[in-house]
Design a protein around this ligand. Structure first.
Ligand SMILES: NC(=O)c1ccc[n+]([C@@H]2O[C@H](COP(=O)([O-])OP(=O)(O)OC[C@H]3O[C@@H](n4cnc5c(N)ncnc54)[C@H](OP(=O)(O)O)[C@@H]3O)[C@@H](O)[C@H]2O)c1
Length: 323
C-alpha cells in the first residue's frame, strides 16, 4: 500500500484554480476552511434562501448560489448529503465547465449510479476517514487526517494530480493519502457503518447495558461499565493497536476479553457480516437511502425519537449534568 504525504505531492495543480464546495455541513465547512487557510481560491455554493450563508460569510468565506459557484469553478466538490447528489448533479450538469473536475468525499453516489458524470469531466474522490469537525481541528493543530483518494474518470490526464493536491490542501497529506477506487471506498465505508463501528458497536453497548440492568445492576453503574469505557479502549487502540491495547490492560481484563470476546463475536456474527457486505455490493443500501430521502426520512426520524426515550439516554443526561 502506497501512502503519500505532503512531501510527495505537488500543490501546483490547484494554484490559480477555483474550488466550489457545494454544501457547508460537516465536511463542507471543514474542507472549505482548510482550503482557504491553505491559500486556495474557494467559493461555497448554497441553495437559494439557505440560512447557512450568514455563517459562511461570518467565517470569511465567499458564498454564491450553487449554479454560479459551479460555473465559476475548475473543481466542484459535492459535499451535500449523498442522497441529494442525484438531484444536485442534474441541477449542475450543464453549468460545469468543459474539462472541469468533479470531486466527492464518499464513493457512494458514483459507485451506485446516482451520479453519472459527463465524459469530459475528471471525477475524483478524496475521502477523509473521519468527521469534518476532527478534520478541521486537526488542521488547526498542524496535523491531518488520513484520507483515501481515487480517480473514476481521467478526462484531462490531470485527475490524479488534482486529487492529490486537493487532499494536501485540506490537510490530509500531513497524515497520509491512500490510493483506492470509488467502489472499494464506498463498499468498505457502507459495510463499516452497518456492521462494525457505527452500527454494531452502539448496539453491543446497548445490549450490555440492558443485560446488566435486567440482572439487577444500577443503570448508572451499567452505563459506566458498558458505555463509559469506550473512549478509553478507543484511545488505547489508536495509540497501540489491538494487540498493544490487550497487553496494556490488567491481566484480569485481558483474560476476560480472551474468554468472552470470541464467545459474543462468533462465526454467526461473521456470517451475517458477509451478508451485509454482499447486500451493500448489490446496491440494496443505496436504494434504501434514496427511498428514505424521497419519503421524507421516516425511518431516521422514528429511530431518533425512539433512541431519545431510552433509559440509557436518561442515565447519560444524569451523568453528564453532574460532570
Ligand atoms: N459527515 C462525515 O463525517 C463525513 C465523513 C466523510 C465523508 N463524508 C461525505 O461528505 C459528504 C457530505 O456529508 P456531510 O455529512 O458533511 O453532509 P451534511 O452535513 O448533511 O451537509 C449539509 C449541507 O448540505 C447542504 N445541502 C443539503 N441538501 C442540499 C441540496 N439539495 N443542494 C445543495 N446543498 C444541499 C445543506 O444546505 P443548507 O446549509 O442550506 O441546509 C448543508 O449546507 C457526503 O458525501 C458524505 O458521505 C461525510
Amino acid at each position: 500500500m502506497e501512502m503519500l504525504r505532503d512531501a510527495d505531492i505537488d500543490s501546483a495543480p490547484l494554484e490559480s484554480k477555483r474550488v466550489a464546495i457545494l454544501g457547508y455541513g460537516n465536511q463542507g465547512r471543514a474542507q472549505a476552511l482548510n482550503l482557504r487557510d491553505s491559500g486556495i481560491d474557494v467559493v461555497v455554493g448554497l441553495r437559494g434562501g439557505s440560512g447557512t450563508a450568514v455563517e459562511v460569510e461570518a467565517a470569511g468565506l465567499r458564498t454564491a448560489l450553487v449554479e454560479d459557484a459551479v460555473s465559476s469553478a475548475d473543481l466542484v466538490v459535492m459535499l451535500a448529503p449523498d442522497e441529494t447528489h442525484s438531484a444536485l448533479y442534474r441541477e449542475i450538469e450543464t453549468k460545469l465547465r468543459y474539462g472541469a473536475a468533479l470531486g466527492f468525499s464518499h464513493g457512494l453516489s458514483v459507485r451506485f449510479g446516482l451520479v453519472k458524470p459527463r465524459p469530459d469531466l475528471d471525477v475524483i474522490l478524496v475521502a477523509p476517514k473521519g468527521p469534518g469537525t476532527a478534520l478541521r481541528s486537526l488542521y488547526l493543530q498542524g496535523k491531518g487526517m488520513i484520507a483515501v483518494w481515487a480517480v473514476e474518470q481521467d478526462a484531462t490526464g490531470c485527475a490524479k494530480s488534482v486529487a492529490l493536491a486537493y487532499g494536501r490542501a485540506i490537510g490530509c497529506g500531513r497524515a497520509g493519502l491512500i490510493a483506492s477506487t470509488f467502489a472499494e471506498e464506498a463498499e468498505a465505508d457502507l459495510f463499516n457503518e452497518q456492521a462494525v463501528v457505527w452500527g454494531a458497536v452502539p448496539e453491543l453497548l446497548i445490549a450490555g447495558f440492558e443485560t446488566l440492568v435486567a440482572g439487577g445492576v444500577s443503570p448508572e453503574l451499567a452505563y459506566l461499565e458498558c458505555v463509559g469505557e469506550l473512549k478509553l479502549i478507543a484511545e488505547l487502540i489508536e495509540e497501540r493497536g489491538i494487540a498493544g491495547m490487550r497487553e496494556a490492560i490488567s491481566n484480569t481484563a485481558e483474560l476476560g476479553a480472551l474468554l468472552g470476546g470470541r464467545r459474543i463475536i462468533d462465526d454467526g456474527v461473521r456470517e451475517r457480516m458477509a451478508e451485509v457486505l454482499a447486500e451493500v455490493r448489490a446496491g440494496n443500501f443505496a436504494e434504501q437511502l434514496t427511498n428514505e430521502e424521497l419519503s421524507g426520512y421516516p425511518r431516521l426520524r422514528n429511530a431518533r425519537e425512539f433512541g431519545r426515550r431510552q433509559l440509557l439516554e436518561q442515565v447519560f443526561e444524569q451523568l453528564h449534568s453532574r460532570s
